[in-house]
Design a protein around this ligand. Structure first.
Ligand code: 5GP
Length: 205
């Protein structure tokens, strides 16, 4: 059966545990590909170019914007982030399912362009827990925490634009939920599956 790859868009406010959740699901599901974004933010320790992100400078990124290289792009915390149009199209055509870890601005751009994606939002159990998680990171200055909390608030207001919501109270449970969504979406009836059933069964009845 010819199948186009599915695109799973995952967004969350900072502190919801989205990165750990995505990593856990990707390590369990070898049939799922992580969409490697381009970013102008410097690599954090342990991050690998071409694996976590494609780390580029601002000029390169801006050229990418003008040449239409990005399916969506956004400025997040002063840095640019974008999804390569070509990369996603290649995976989709090859039938490879992709997980996109992008912010709400990017997700809204994909929706505006009527991109066929499955939209999943992740929330922590409460706003207090979100605040605590951001404060407990320790590395951030108070102004940075305040900025992230404000951004988190703006992000949360977009939750209703997503098709699925996962509350990340327990990583293992959240992981199972995300995997369940992926499995369910893979079984959803679509025009290509309908054609397949027609050819194999309905036309012979
Ligand atoms: P971080 O710098 O912590 O890896 O990511 C910061 C934010 O940028 C996260 O919310 C992440 O989802 C978002 N992000 C990462 N890649 C992309 C992308 O390609 N497009 C958009 N719109 N956001 C992205």
């Amino acid at each position: 059966m010819i199948k186009k790859g599915l695109s799973f868009v995952v967004s969350a406010p900072s502190g919801a545990g989205k990165t750990s959740l995505c990593r856990a699901v990707l390590s369990e599901m070898s049939t799922l590909q992580f969409s490697i974004s381009h970013t102008t933010r410097p690599a954090r320790s342990g991050e690998v170019n071409g694996q976590d992100y494609f780390f580029v400078d601002k000029n390169t990124f801006k050229t990418g914007i003008t040449t239409g290289e990005f399916l969506e792009w956004a400025e997040v915390h002063g840095n640019y982030y974008g999804t390569s149009k070509k990369q996603l199209a290649t995976w989709r055509d090859q039938g490879i399912d992709v997980l996109l870890d992008i912010d709400t601005q990017g997700a809204m751009q994909l929706q505006a362009a009527s991109s066929e994606c499955i939209y999943i939002y992740i929330l922590p159990p409460s706003f207090d827990i979100l605040r605590q998680r951001l404060e407990n990171r320790g590395s951030d200055a108070p102004e940075e925490i305040a900025r992230r909390l404000k951004k988190a608030g703006d992000e949360i207001k977009c939750y209703d634009r997503y098709q699925y919501l996962i509350i990340n109270e327990d990583l293992e449970k959240a992981q199972k939920n995300l995997q369940a969504i992926i499995f369910a979406e893979r079984s959803r009836l679509k025009s290509n599956t309908r054609n397949w059933v027609k050819e194999r069964f309905i036309n012979h009845l």
